[in-house]
Design a protein around this ligand. Sequence first.
Ligand code: MV4
Length: 505
Amino acid sequence: MIKKILVANRGEIAVRVMRSSREMGIKTVAVYSEADRTSRHVSYADEAYLIGPASSNESYLVIDKIIDVAKRSGSDAIHPGYGFLSENADFAERCIKEGIIFIGPEPESIRAMGDKITSRQRMIKAGVPVVPGTAEKISTEKKTIDVAKKIGYPIMVKASAGGGGKGMRLVRKAENLWEAIVAARSEALSSFGDETVYMEKYIESPHHIEFQVLGDQHGNIIHLCERECSIQRRHQKLIEETPSPLMTEKLRKEMGKVAVKAAKSVNYIGAGTIEFLVDNNLKYYFLEMNTRLQVEHPITEQVIRIDIVKEQIDIANGKKLNYKQTDIIQRGHAIECRICAEDPLNNFTPSAGVIKHITEPLGLGVRVDSYVYDGYEIPIYYDPMISKLIAWATDRKYAIERMKRVLYEYKITGIKTNIGFLRRILDSQDFTEGKYDTHFIEKELDFLLKPAKVSKKMTEDVAIIAAYIDYMLTIEESGQTVTINDNRAINKWKDFGKQKGVLRI
Ligand code: MV4
């Protein structure tokens, strides 16, 4: 049984993993770079080890350093979180070789899904629908143009080693195909060290819907229903929700079965995600599989009422799945907003710096997965996401209302954040009506960047000023001399209302 887990990650996800470990009575080990000495994941862990300079290439991505700390600390398992080494098959293999449990799937599963041509072929063989396209590598120009004609335009050229949008090219006419392939190849080579590309039919205005799966070491695999992830900007998700507004009970059953079939075809062990593109006619196609815990896993946890990290640890311990498919029931609705230290009005440039003050939301149906605090300096070296707000309610309408309240309560000064931008998404009619696809942000960008006519902030200011005037009038009417020796601001977010000295009326 696992007694000590090294979390090979930083920030909110490292804290998230340690929370479940602590509940299970498992000791936790943090690793950190020089830029992360003051990160919450370091103070939260039972032990913490410095592994190098700020650059992740010299710290969080160095397999030897992580393995060395695992051995020195006597950790019997490593949880990779997401990003960094989480989908690195060589790392998973190395852990096994060193006798350390890798909390994740077998290296072979990671490899099979990491190469998109291989994963497409495996899915076709397993009877999972994929986007119509090429099954093999692209060869000569003439042959390729023939194949493309059969697939039909528009065509998407993709890198086999890619994923997440890198090395992709959209082609609408045959005359532009070859140059797109040449460009995609060169981008793929420089990004992934592999120039292999393939073609798919382009799905117009798709939805991105993914299914969470869990597989144990005994061949049992279940799914935990879907997440709607179409609200994204440049392949960075911003808001996720479950259930998907698009989903029907029938489609969920069918796609869930297909997701389990996809996972079974690579003998999947642990927590994973099957991504689908869903078109306007509700036709769905396997896109890729993420062989890791995902950023947006909490919305599934809230609605299915399962701790996915605990399940990962149980699975790694060799336990049989704690649930049958028939135990999995969605209850209510959950939405996640990713809070990023960035400036939407300045082309979303990251806004590193010191957090002067932070007040996190609380109350019924609220979850905050975070790692920052008052006085914390956000390093420039890593992802700008500082926390995730998750709101749960009995249905979608109430979840949206609650998320608006949660965003209102979340106050952060010292740095710029995307909170206002997220609010605008929740204000948009297409979002509230659930009518959106992967093009939502680019289509609505002008609306989203324009401040609301009367912002909530302004209403708040007016209320504070009104209360202050009323207070002053009361003093005046009393005809007395009043000593005011109160240096507290009426609202801690503004200096307005600070008073000191004697006020003679
Ligand atoms: C597509 C597509 C349309 N047709 N493939 C983007 C990320 C990468 N994982 C695959 N992506 C897409 N592949 C075909 N054949 C549209 C996208 C796409 C997208 C997919 C999921 C979520 C957001 C997206 C945003 C733009 C494009």
